[in-house]
Design a protein around this ligand. Structure first.
Ligand code: NAD
Ligand code: GLY
Length: 367
């Protein structure tokens, strides 16, 4: 029997859509973590071909007391599959198994599985309950929390989706042991993000504890996941549907999404694109007067030390600008960036194209 450490709990306060994020090791083997979840005859675990052999049976066993039938659907693995065709596999399974509107979906995997399962849950029979079981660092600190669900379109990242909150988020830290090092680094990008936009003391802590984080020290990972979720909970609690404040969580993402769609989804990992995008957004913040060169260097050093790229690919400035116009923050074709107005605080601003070209010239490889 696994020894169950006490769980940490972060609450997302959204009125009747409130829920808990549970954080701890071996949560999937602890019946307490499933207490008071919706009971239904059927459940569908949505996962992928990489994660299923590692954790699907453990989750299936844990759910046996909640559901009479627990089906498992393995999607193909990768950002390139975050699309209509793959989403449709979830609907095929739900309809094929005769699932009704009480059926509970469990998203077991990283952000790709989480975003697609959430979107399927939002739309199947106009909405069925779902639980996030994130197994990447990125998904535990960001994508499983807050209810953003989506698929990609060839013309733009996460362009088709819905806001739809899960019933619970189960962050089992033990699952991070099997994560490839490149994926751990990708998750660190989203952890680092919370520092410059919200909490400079957390940025200090990440700098001090980066070796422990990359060595997967359980206490360091637990703190990183908990503090990230606490910050996200405050932001989402104030602005669930991103009418203002929540946009700060997209620091680095305008540049990053352009890299991801410009290179083709999956070429760079999402976290890699965000890490590099944060460096570019810091350069832009400096030009807009929010931070100084020393801060830009500090953030660049940290992103690099986390094992992430700090120079953008040579897409060409015009292609970057074209791609960045296809962004949910754009208004009337004007690109809007999340920039730092001071260390620890972010705002959404537009910037002259000439200034953005200048940043791209400074931060990207030249092709
Ligand atoms: P991912 O889902 O592709 O997972 C990364 C890789 O790790 C995959 O190959 C996966 O199969 C594998 N994997 C997952 N868990 C594992 C484990 N425990 N052991 C071994 N391998 C494991 O990528 P990601 O970085 O988790 O998520 C990125 C996605 O999340 C992007 O599509 C991004 O747009 C989205 N995202 C969404 C939000 C949101 O708020 N909804 C926020 C940030 C990112
Ligand atoms: N990852 C950005 C958000 O959840 O708003």
């Amino acid at each position: 029997m696994p020894v169950t450490a006490p769980h940490e709990r972060v609450e997302i306060d959204l009125g009747d859509r409130s829920y808990s994020i549970l954080i701890g090791s071996d949560l999937l083997q602890d019946p307490q973590s499933l207490q008071a979840l919706p009971r239904a005859a059927q459940a569908l675990i949505v996962t992928n071909t990489t994660v299923a052999p590692l954790y699907a049976q453990t989750l299936r066993d844990a759910l046996a007391g909640l559901h009479e039938q627990v089906h498992v659907l393995e999607l193909p693995d990768g950002e390139a599959y975050k699309d209509w065709q793959t989403l449709n596999l979830i609907f095929d399974a739900l309809l094929g198994y005769g699932c009704d509107r009480k059926t509970v979906l469990y998203a077991l995997g990283g952000g790709v599985v989480g975003d697609m399962t959430g979107f399927a849950a939002a739309s199947y029979m106009r909405g069925v309950p779902f639980v996030q079981v994130p197994t990447t660092l990125l998904a535990q600190v960001d994508s499983s929390v807050g209810g953003k669900t989506a698929i990609n379109h060839p013309l733009g990242k996460n362009m088709i989706g819905a806001f739809y909150q899960p019933q619970r988020v189960l962050c089992d830290l033990a699952t991070l042991r099997s994560l490839p090092p490149r994926e751990l680094s990708a998750g660190l990008a989203e952890v680092i993000k919370y520092g410059p936009i919200y909490d400079m003391a957390f940025l200090d802590w990440i700098e001090d504890n980066l070796p422990a984080l990359t060595a997967r020290d359980p206490a360091a990972l637990a703190h990183a996941v908990r503090r990230s979720c606490e910050i996200k909970a405050v932001v989402v609690g104030q602005d669930e549907r991103e009418s203002g404040l929540r946009a700060i969580l997209n620091f680095g993402h305008t540049f990053g999404h352009a890299i991801e769609s410009g290179l083709g989804y999956g070429e760079w990992l999402h976290g890699e694109a965000v890490g590099c995008g944060m460096v570019m957004a810091a350069h832009l913040s400096q030009r807009l007067g929010g931070v100084d060169a020393a801060f830009v260097q500090r953030l660049t050093r940290l992103v690099e030390a986390a094992g992430l790229p700090v120079r953008g690919p040579a897409l060409g400035a015009e292609r970057y600008l074209e791609l960045m116009r296809v962004d949910k923050k754009s208004e009337a074709g004007e690109i809007r960036f999340v920039v730092l107005d001071k260390p620890g605080s972010a705002v959404v601003r537009s910037a002259p194209d000439a200034m953005v070209r200048d940043v791209l010239a400074a931060c990207c490889e030249q092709g």
